[in-house]
Design a protein around this ligand. Structure first.
Ligand code: NAD
Ligand code: WQD
Length: 339
């Protein structure tokens, strides 16, 4: 059986992807330092899939620990989620982000090189497009940086492109996620942010639950259909399935290629509020406040390259995203049990 190393596999997107991988018969090995996640997520993935997952609690920046992991397994590929992802925190602590995300990736790539593992799926982000001039966003649009978090993604993408130029035996899928939301339909795994959420969907579900009083909508005067910001929300299970498609693609020696993973549809903040009200059967109180600095008016993608090359497209609609996020939140009002 193929073994695949998943860095950050205890996290939100990683846990959903490990589940799809395990269910498709891949031998999953996770390395995670649990700096933003819980071991319980991995246990639950084992429970839902009925498959065992090998877990190492280690930091990807720790060269000796990474070496030990690579010595013990023969990996066909690596799926690389591990990283810090909070935009605001990255502005306050840029060096932490550069070290964790960039140095961590260099350490990982060096271990892969030593062990001749040259297949990688990398979690990039729509943030590499900066504030796009037009929508829908295509992969050949200009790339730019708007914050230190985004810089780490762009630097890593550039490193990957250089690596492939240095040796074309490297195959790297740069998956640019748009706005991942929702949870597995079992309601057993989902997004579990520490403290008050920064992102829209986990904030709304906390308001729906009554643990936060109201949603603050950042800006009602954008040049969009209802004045609120528009994004391309994608169900996390669709995203997870996209990783399986990318892993299959690696077998064709595709080189280093970037793919947008989104639905190709924009949704405004107010539309999301209404969809969540339908899902949970209650009104979501909100007020409109000033714009959040750095936010673009409208970001949604053209996902047709992923459809053409990977045979993948997002299947789940906004109602499924909200129903599944709500199920997870109701079943786990305080997230995973704290161990
Ligand atoms: P997450 O925080 O839930 O998962 C990241 C995981 O990596 C966590 O389990 C964390 O403990 C682990 N980790 C972090 N640094 C580590 C290190 N040095 N060594 C070992 N483990 C480490 O985040 P997520 O939402 O699942 O995101 C996964 C990836 O996708 C990240 O790289 C993120 O930047 C990227 N991404 C996320 C979004 C989003 O909105 N969630 C959008 C685009 C891209
Ligand atoms: C969505 C919309 C807000 C919260 C971020 C990162 C991006 C990527 C995904 C990792 C916007 C509005 C939000 C709130 C609101 N992450 N909003 N009230 O900003 O599109 O993307 O996460 O790669 O890099 O920047 O996502 O969920 O924060 O915001 O009105 O309390 O909701 O203004 O229009 P964003 P988000």
């Amino acid at each position: 059986m193929r073994s695949v190393l998943v860095t950050g596999g205890a996290g939100y997107i990683g846990s959903h992807t490990c589940l799809e991988m395990a269910r498709s018969g891949i031998d999953v090995v996770v390395v995670d330092n649990l700096c933003n996640s819980r071991m319980e997520a991995v246990r639950r993935v084992e429970g839902i899939s009925g498959k065992g997952i090998t877990f190492y609690r280690a930091d990807i920046c720790d060269e000796a620990a990474m070496e030990r992991i690579f010595e013990r397994h023969e990996f066909s590929s690596v799926v690389h989620f591990a990283g810090l992802k909070a935009v605001g925190e990255s502005v306050a602590k840029p060096l932490e982000y550069f070290h964790n995300n960039i140095t961590g990736t260099v350490v990982l790539l060096r271990a892969m090189l030593r062990h001749e593992v040259r297949n990688m799926v990398f979690s990039s982000s729509a943030t590499v497009y900066g504030d796009p001039q037009t929508v829908p966003v295509r992969e050949d649009f200009p790339l730019s940086v708007v914050n230190p978090y985004g810089r780490t993604k762009l630097v890593i993408e550039d490193m990957m492109r250089d690596l492939h130029r240095s040796d074309d035996r490297w195959n790297i899928m740069l998956l640019r996620y748009f706005n991942p939301v929702g949870a597995h339909e079992s309601g057993q795994i989902g997004e579990d942010p520490e403290g008050v959420p920064c992102n829209l969907m986990p904030y709304i579900t906390k308001v729906a639950l009554g643990s936060l009083p109201e949603l603050k909508i950042f800006g009602g005067d954008y040049p969009t259909r209802d004045g609120t910001g528009v994004r391309d929300y994608i169900h996390v299970v669709d995203l997870a399935v996209g990783h399986l498609a990318a892993l299959r693609k690696l077998e064709e020696n595709p080189g280093c290629v970037a793919y947008n993973l989104g639905t190709g549809r924009g949704c405004s903040v107010l539309e999301m509020v209404n969809a969540m009200s339908r899902a949970c059967g209650r009104a979501i109180p909100y007020s409109i406040v000033d714009r959040r600095p750095g936010d673009a008016a409208e970001v949604w993608c053209d996902p047709s390259r992923a459809m053409m090359d990977l045979g993948w497209k997002a299947e789940r609609d906004l109602d499924a995203m909200c129903a599944d996020a709500w199920r997870w939140q109701q079943k786990n009002p305080d997230g995973y049990p704290k161990d």
